[in-house]
Design a protein around this ligand. Structure first.
Ligand SMILES: NC(=O)c1ccc[n+]([C@@H]2O[C@H](COP(=O)([O-])OP(=O)(O)OC[C@H]3O[C@@H](n4cnc5c(N)ncnc54)[C@H](OP(=O)(O)O)[C@@H]3O)[C@@H](O)[C@H]2O)c1
Length: 306
């Protein structure tokens, strides 16, 4: 049987994904045609990005799964017409990209790389073991970044919704757990999904729980941070610096104060991209699992919103 896979991902994506996705599906021993348009009832799988005009999933009555090209699914998870199983993107290259981004910016703050000496006054940075990096979010990305920093010798703590046990990492959950992680984080990395429960999790109250002079790195989602509270904390010196990759409005508006703040580094949502080659393997493997009657990998919980 030839599967029909609808690529609903907006302009220009088909050209990138057409050949590698067909090859990856063939490698799984399946036969598929990749289309950008087809009668809805004939579609077996939808590969999706939020840039697609497709918003009504009701007519896709035979679709067995919707496979997101994005790791963050906040723009699709609440779609009431989407009753089909939804998988988010977990891509080894995306994870590697995030590890490099987070480790790079942590080391930049740890070693004061962007504050070169202006006089011969030696300031020796502490060793990694004396610097605590806290993670809000210990999922696929948080765990990988935390593990890499742990391997470099950092004191690593983390917070997640459900309790976790990770070797060498002080894991916390719940309200008290959040406070405990914040209280010891010299550098705080937020890798939380955008859900109602994570919105404004870093606000005036929680920012005040961080040690004075803490640094923040946010490659998760912009909604995790109350922008005005962060700007106030930066101006008061409670937060020494922030590196922000994601924002409530993207592109970040030209007149947003983050662009001009001396202690804010803006990166334009580039921390970790989905890479076509590896993403195609992940999607094809997931399609093959469903075809074999196995459960979908990286399934999204509608209840939890991620
Ligand atoms: N900037 C970029 O380029 C880029 C690229 C990819 C992804 N991202 C963002 O990174 C986010 C994380 O990705 P991921 O693959 O690591 O996601 P994930 O595997 O779903 O992990 C999410 C983590 O957040 C925790 N969490 C969720 N809601 C929470 C809450 N209310 N309180 C405490 N912890 C909570 C989860 O807890 P449990 O462990 O208990 O489930 C989990 O540890 C994505 O959602 C996306 O928004 C950004």
């Amino acid at each position: 049987m030839t599967l029909t896979v609808l690529l609903a991902a907006g302009d220009g994506v088909f050209e990138d994904y057409d050949a590698p996705l067909r090859a990856a599906i063939a490698k799984q021993g399946l036969d598929a045609q990749l289309v950008t348009d087809a009668p809805a009832q004939t579609v077996d799988y939808i590969v999706y990005a939020p840039s697609s005009p497709l918003q009504d999933f009701t007519p896709f009555t035979n679709c067995r799964a919707v496979l997101s090209l994005w790791a963050g699914v906040e723009r699709i998870v609440g779609n009431a017409t989407l009753t089909q199983p939804l998988a988010r993107m977990v891509d080894p290259s995306l994870t590697q990209g995030m590890v490099e981004y987070v480790v790079g910016h942590v080391l930049r703050y740890h070693l004061a790389l962007d504050k070169p000496a202006t006089s011969w006054t030696p300031v020796v940075p502490p060793l990694a073991q004396d610097r605590c990096v806290g993670f809000l979010g210990l999922g696929e990305l948080g765990r990988a970044c935390a593990g890499a920093l742990r391997a470099l010798g950092f004191d690593v703590a983390g917070w997640s919704r459900s309790p976790r046990q990770l070797e060498g990492i002080a894991c916390h959950s719940g309200t008290e757990g959040l406070r405990a992680v914040l209280a010891r984080s010299d550098i705080l990395v937020t890798l939380l999904p955008d859900t109602p429960a994570t919105t404004n999790i870093l606000n005036a109250t929680t920012l005040a729980h961080l040690p004075r002079g803490a640094r923040i790195i946010n490659p998760g989602r912009g909604t995790a941070i109350d922008d005005a509270a962060l700007l106030a904390a930066l101006d008061q010196g409670q937060i020494a610096a922030a590196t922000l990759d994601v924002f409530r409005t993207e592109p970040l508006p030209e007149n947003h104060p983050f662009w001009h703040h001396p202690n804010v580094t803006v990166t334009p949502h580039i921390a970790a991209a989905t890479r076509t080659e590896t993403a195609c393997d992940v999607i094809a493997a997931n399609i093959a699992r469903v075809e074999r009657g196995q459960p979908l990998l990286h399934g999204v919980s509608r209840h939890n919103g991620y």
